[in-house]
Design a protein around this ligand. Structure first.
Ligand code: F6P
Ligand code: MN
Length: 296
């Protein structure tokens, strides 16, 4: 039985401390499903209704980053500006989606917390500059997946409150079986529709929950591809480069997969602003190669 803390031995002390701080706070976020599940009556920067839980999760993660004393800048999906932690003694930068897939709280489906870590404070950087990424998935069990470049590892929260190693060195299965695509089919571009129909011809089944973290986790387990494409209504796609696409693309890369906006690797996109959105295709290498070929 290996705990998260034991598994993190040997990696950069700063990254270790940020991952452990976030892991601790995820236990409180998880309790918030009982105590903070009403609408907050406000909207975030993207015009999405906030739950009390969104704000609660945001508060807890920001608090964890302050407590770590080594995080200098934080960009959160729930905040319109980059936060500078003046008291910090370190240089780390963190990007976070405190609660991803929040519309699934109402229906009791899995939602997540996503983080990306840069060892040099600038969070407006390409994903390729990231040094570690992690997500916590609140489902029937609470699980935690992290990568600090040396593979991708999954842990499960046990009844005593410890994250215990479940799978070491997760990899996308070579032959995938599922796909998920966001957006209205009638709003898809011709190229995207052709690509999805090609996957269907190749016997990929649809799975789409409305929670990127949960859908990503399925693709990582069963193989295949997740997409939130450019649509006629949202040419830039829906998902945010900093908080959602980059950390999960980082994890995909170290799980032997890849991600693209159709033209280039997600990890190669230089963010123009913190709210930068991008179309995304993420999953196994085989599926991403096909996507790039058909979308070009
Ligand atoms: O954070 C945005 C998000 O909730 C993702 O987790 C999810 O993949 C997507 O939006 C779902 O969008 P839609 O409601 O348009 O299907
Ligand atoms: Mn999200």
């Amino acid at each position: 039985m290996t705990t998260l803390e034991e598994h993190l031995n040997g990696i950069d002390e700063g990254i270790k401390s940020i991952i452990l701080n976030a892991a601790e706070k995820s236990k409180e976020i998880q309790k918030g499903f009982f105590t903070h599940n009403k609408l907050a009556g406000s909207q975030n920067v993207y015009g999405e209704d906030q739950l009390e839980l969104d704000k609660w999760a945001d508060y807890l993660i920001l608090d964890a980053m302050e407590q770590s004393k080594i995080v200098k800048t934080v960009a959160s999906e729930e905040q319109s500006e980059i936060i500078e932690i003046v008291k910090s003694e370190g240089e780390f930068g963190v990007v976070v989606d405190p609660l991803d897939g929040v519309s699934c709280v109402k229906t009791n489906l899995a939602v997540g917390t996503i983080l990306g870590i840069f060892d040099e404070g600038n969070v407006l950087e390409k994903g390729n500059k990231m040094d570690a990424a992690m997500y916590i998935l609140y489902g029937p069990q609470t699980s935690l997946v992290y990568s600090a470049k040396d593979g991708v590892h999954e842990f499960v929260l046990d009844s005593k409150g410890n994250f215990i190693l479940r799978v070491e060195d997760l990899k996308f299965p070579e032959s995938g079986t599922i796909f998920g695509s966001g957006g209205l089919r009638t709003d898809w571009t011709k190229k995207h529709l052709d690509f999805i129909e090609e996957l269907e011809k190749q016997n990929y089944k649809t799975r789409f929950s409305g929670s990127f973290t949960a859908d990503f986790q399925q693709i990582l387990s069963y193989g295949g591809l997740f997409s939130y494409p450019s649509t006629k209504k949202m040419p830039e796609g829906k998902l945010r480069l900093l908080f959602e696409c980059n950390p999960l693309s980082f994890i995909a890369k170290y799980a032997g997969g890849a991600s693209t906006d159709g033209k280039q690797s997600i990890l190669e996109i230089k963010p123009e602003k913190i709210s930068h959105r991008t179309p995304i295709y993420i999953g196994g290498k085989k599926e991403i190669n096909l996507a790039e070929k058909m979308l070009r």
